[in-house]
Every structure is written in C-alpha cells, then in structure tokens.
Design a protein. Structure first.
Lengths: 192, 470
C-alpha cells in the first residue's frame, strides 16, 4: 500500500475542511435541550446527538438513543470469568498437579467460591469499562465536533444539540433554520 | 413524589435546604477546576511544607523496607508464638479504611443517595491509596517480595507447582488484587468526564496534551453518557458484593483457623461493619481538612458531614454488638480455651489495648446520638481520629491477644514492636497522605459532572432565589 498523505487519510475517514459534519446549536438549560431535541426529532431528523456536561435525563428518549447493549457484553464476559476461575482451580488441583493437603478434596465447588466470585467481578469490571469506551468509539484523538465554537463549553455549562450531516433530511441552510426555530443559540454549520 | 411535596410546602422546604450551594454549572466548574489549574510554582508554601514532611516519611518507609529486605523479617518484632503482629494488623487496618470509598461510590449510588456526589471522588481516591498501603505489608512479610508472582497462578519454571486454592490466604490474594483493580477502574471511569472539563479549559499545550490523553477523547455526547451510565451502574452493582466479599475473605484468614478468638462465624459481617466504620472516619478526617483548606463548605455541607456521622454511629454500634456477641458465644460455647481467650483479652496483659478499643469504637461514637455532637466540627474531627485509633487496636487485639497465650503456658509470650515495626507503619501513613496531597492538588477532588447533575435537579426543585443565595 502506498503511503498516504494527511489529506488522503482525512478523505478516507470522511474528514476535511470541505466536509460538513453537522449543524450544532447550544442551550443553557438541560430542559430546553430535551424539549428542543424532541421538537427536532418530530421534524423528521434521525441522526441527532447531544453534548452535555452531565447525563441529562430524558434526552435519550427525546432524540431516539436506544438503551445501551453494554449489559449483554458484561454478562458474557462475566460468565467467561467464572468459567476461567473454575477451570483454573479444577485443572491445577486435579489434572496438572494433584496435591493432598490436610486430606481436603482436590477440587470442590465450596472452596472454589471465593476465587470464582473474585474473577467474575474482575472480568466484569474490565468488560464494563473497556466495553463502554469501545462502544463510544474511544479513545479517539480527533472529532469534528471540536470545530464548533462552543464545543469546549459542553464539558462546562452548555447543552449542545447536534444534527449530523449524514441525516437523510439534512440540508445546511434548512437545518440551520430549523435549529434556530427551536431556540438554539450560536447555531453553526460545523465542518471537519 | 417526595421532591414535589417539598417544593410545594414552604415548611418542608425550610427543613430540607438544597444539598449543594452553587450559583450555576459554570461557577461549580470554576470552583473545582481552579484548585488544580493554578501555576504549580505558585502553590501556597503551606502545601509544599506539608508535602515535604509527608514525602520525607515516605523516604523513611523506603529505608525501612530496604533494611527489612536486606536483613530479613527478623527486624520486625513478630516471633513465636506471635507470628502475625503489626504487619497483618496494618494490612487489615488499611484494607478496612479503603472500604468506605467503595461503600460511598457503589452502595450509596445504588441507594440513590445524592449526597454521595460531593464526597465520592476523594473517598474513592482514598480507597486506592489505602489498598496500596495495605499491599506493602503482606508483600514484605513474605520476606522475598521479588517472588511475589508466586502468589498468582502464573506458569513458571522456578516454583513448578500451583498455589493452594483451598487456602484462605490465596483467596485473599485474589480478593485484594481484584479490589484494587476494580477500585482503580471505577475511579478512572468517574474521572474521565471531569478530565475532559480540565482539557477543555487548558491554556497550555502541555496541559492540553496531558488531559487530552487522560480523558481519552471524551466529548459528553448523549450516546457516550448512555453507555457510561450503564457502565457506572454495572460497576456499582458488582462493587457492592465485591466490597462485602473482600473483608469477609480477609476475615476468613482468621475464621478458618482453629485459634480460640479467631475461630468464629461472626467474623465476616463484623469485619465488614468495622471496615466501613473506620473508613468513614478516615474520609471524615481527610474531608474536614480539605473542606477547610480549599473552602469547599458550599459543596461539602453540614448535611454531608452529619450523614457520615450517622453511618459512623450505626457501624460503630454494630461493632459494639459484635463484641458483645463474641463474649456471649465464648461463655455459651462452654469451651475452656475460647472462654480463656476472651477473659484474657479483656483482663489479661493486653487489657490496655482492649479497653482502648472498646472506648474508641463503642463508647465515644455514642455521642453521635446528639445532634449537637453530630454537627460540631471539632467533635467530629476528634471522633474521626479516635475511631481510627480504636479500629487499629481492634485488629491488634484480635490478632495479638489470640496468639500470645498459646495452648501450653510454656509457649506464652508478649509482643513488643521493634522500631522498624513502628517506622514502617508511620511510613505507610506518610505514603497515604502524600498520595492524597498529590491527588488534591492535581486532579479534580469533587466529581463535577455528578454534582452538576444534583445541581440540575435542585435548580428544578427550588426557586432561583433559594439556590443563588447561600
């Protein structure tokens, strides 16, 4: 593969100064954001996102974010953790190196409870943290939303509504008008 | 529903003031972020003086451990019949301290206790630092810490065998290492949104780079939060049984043995209650200092402190109840050795330690039945310290008094710590304080994103005038 220059990489990733990412607008109150989100969804937009300094309740339902599937990932990894712990204790104790200590059985489900429990918890903790970041597409070095003038306030005190450009109903001019009509401030077409 | 009732009833509103007081989200961000954003070289001199004292104590810890490794564990005072002494006492003491952090971050989260948000970050940090201090003791008690990998089932060519999975000591290895790892993951997950706040406010390239790296590109997207909240709930859900299991397993180290004074079924719940008791006291000590030094009175209010004191009263009373049960069962069992162990504990050569423990853990916290005591800062500061003295003595009493008079009077002894014992323990206190000081200076000490959530709820609940005027 020939080496790509930065422009080609950007092009491949769908990034660039000439690529529109979204129309973004901001609110200063979480309730206004939820109302606006509901309104913009009623206008027929489907690729909506929000950026907020803390989880705003009701925003998921307002802009149509499905409930996270993380739980399924965690439960499957947790079961792997239990299986690993049981196999480890059974195989080491009875197959690989049987050692009689105090006449105790080589393997039993009673004495294997603590380690099985701990490994289940350990595996689920890693699954929930790594799984959460993976589902969020993190870590990531760059995101076009950073080009929005108010993006840095999304971690402070602003509640930002995003209509992404790959929405079938997206049209820069019209979407900006829609955004303004629902009360958003600093409405911008964000490129990147 | 209760929220609506409070909003509509002025009398209820007067008795249920807002939990946190801040003029708005931005003021909160400013208040917390400016603590860590100032020029490092302009940090008040008081900070550097304190840090250099605690840092010197860490150096002493390093010297003690070097001396121990180069000479042998004989430099500690434990010897027959007291094979476990200050080392295991300190291990259980530090592990116990850590438990309050997980209780606040996980159990109070599941119970939807909003007041936890002001204190959970520092309590979780305290957990991590306490586990780090705890780990030092068993690690160095092995005498050969460079062989520590023998504790884990790692295939190798020098041990050539597996660990004994039937032993509570190996359960302890799994429990404590899982506990440390999960606490670190939980703490970091909670930190990411706040690190993103610091990144977005960063003024220098270096800070942008550091906090940009640490916050992993978090942008607060609604999709992020949706996964994040589920992850947080799962972590809280698994940490709750985890924290109960860790001290239960620590207590198995004693309870599964046949030593009178150790061989009791009450140990798991009794150890867990004691751990939460001492941990809350330690959170209290640290928070009272931080609240005063960093002017956080509007975020860590009297309501927070009073709630913590109530938990200290409850867990202290559970511990007192457990002491009574132990004595009753020792008498009721009819076992002469068991009876002797408990009479000897209260009236033998270590009576001074036992009565220090009863006074600090059971009698003194009873003052918290009075609201004036629960809401007095000097009182709670003193009690938070006496509680930790008492809980240290509890572990000392359980471990040493049960061992020092063996079944045969020819194997009786009296434990005296050596100067290395004492300096190593003081060294871990120095390590704990140093880590906490660094944390308070360089990372957001209050979970901004979580307190903002509480603030949003209260903004909705209270008229604007009430929120903006302290």
């Amino acid at each position: 593969m020939p080496p790509m220059d930065i422009e080609q990489i950007k092009d491949k990733l769908g990034l660039g100064e000439d690529k529109i990412y979204a129309v973004m607008g901001e609110f200063s109150d979480p309730h206004d954001l939820v109302h606006a989100g509901r309104k913009i969804r009623e206008m027929g937009y489907t690729k909506i996102d929000a950026m907020t300094p803390f989880p705003v309740h009701g925003i998921d339902a307002a802009i149509g974010i499905p409930y996270s599937k993380l739980g399924w990932i965690v439960i499957s990894v947790a079961l792997c953790g239990s299986a690993t712990a049981l196999l480890l204790q059974w195989w080491c104790g009875t197959q690989n190196y049987p050692l009689v200590i105090g006449g105790k059985p080589l393997f039993d489900f009673s004495f294997s409870i603590p380690i099985t429990f701990e490994l289940t918890v350990l595996f689920s903790a890693f699954a929930s943290v790594i799984g959460m970041f993976a589902l969020n597409g993190l870590p990531r070095l760059y995101h076009p939303s950073q080009n929005y003038r108010m993006a840095h306030r999304a971690s402070d005190d602003r509640f930002i509504l995003v209509v992404e450009a790959d929405d079938p109903k997206f049209n820069p001019q019209i979407t900006v008008e829609h955004m303004k009509s629902i009360g958003a401030g600093t409405v911008e077409v964000v490129v990147g | 529903m209760a929220d609506i009732a409070i909003r509509q009833d002025p009398q209820l509103l007067a008795t249920n003031p807002p939990l946190v007081r801040s003029d708005g989200y931005h003021d909160l961000t400013e208040q917390i972020s400016t603590i860590i954003e100032g020029d490092v070289f302009k940090t008040p001199r008081k900070y550097w003086i304190t840090l250099s004292i605690t840092g010197s104590i860490v150096l002493m810890l390093g010297a003690m451990l070097t001396y121990l490794v180069s000479t042998g564990i004989g430099v500690w005072g434990n010897n027959r019949p007291i094979g476990w002494a200050w080392d295991i006492t300190n291990f259980v003491f530090w592990i116990g301290i850590g438990h309050a952090g997980t209780l606040i971050s996980a159990i109070l989260f599941l119970f939807r206790q909003k007041w936890r948000t002001s204190i959970n970050r520092s309590a979780e940090a305290m957990t991590l630092f306490a586990v780090a201090c705890a780990g030092i003791f068993p690690l160095f008690h092995t005498g050969r810490p460079w062989r520590a990998y023998w504790l884990f089932p790692i295939p190798n060519t020098d041990l050539n065998m597996w660990q004994n999975f039937r032993s509570p000591l190996i359960w302890d290895v799994f429990a404590v290492s899982t506990y440390g790892t999960v606490s670190a993951l939980f703490w970091f997950t909670g930190l990411v949104p706040d690190l993103a706040t610091i990144r977005d406010r960063a003024t220098t390239k270096v800070k942008q780079w550091i906090f940009g790296f640490l916050s992993l590109g978090w942008r607060g997207s609604a999709r992020h939060w949706s996964h994040y909240e589920v992850a947080y709930l799962i972590l809280a859900g698994i940490s709750t049984p985890l924290v109960l299991s860790v001290h239960s397993i620590v207590s198995f180290d004693f309870a599964t043995s046949v030593i009178p004074g150790w061989h009791t079924t009450i140990f798991p719940p009794y150890f867990v209650a004691g751990a939460i008791f001492s941990g809350f006291a330690c959170v209290m000590t640290l928070l009272l200092i931080a609240r005063w030094a960093l002017n956080l009175q509007n975020l860590i209010t009297m309501k927070h402190l009073e709630n913590m004191n109530k938990i200290i009263l409850v867990t202290g009373s559970i511990v007192g109840y457990a002491y009574c049960t132990e004595f009753f069962i020792a008498w009721y069992s009819g076992d002469v050795y068991e009876r002797f162990a408990f009479v000897n504990r209260a009236f033998g050569p270590y009576a001074w330690a036992a009565w220090t423990m009863y006074s600090c853990n059971v009698f003194i916290p009873q003052l918290y039945w009075f609201k004036s005591m629960r809401t007095s800062i000097p009182v709670m500061f003193v009690i938070s310290i006496t509680t930790n003295i008492g809980m240290w003595f509890e572990r000392f009493v359980i471990i040493v008094t049960s061992l020092h008079r063996d079944f045969l009077p020819s194997s009786w002894g009296y434990f005296k710590p050596t100067w290395v014992d004492i300096c190593t323990f003081i060294g871990t206190i120095g390590l704990f304080l140093t880590l906490f000081l660094l944390f308070a200076r360089f990372l957001p000490m209050i979970a901004m994103s979580e307190v903002k959530g509480v603030l949003a709820k209260e903004k909705q609940l209270f008229a604007k005038e009430t929120v903006s005027h302290q």
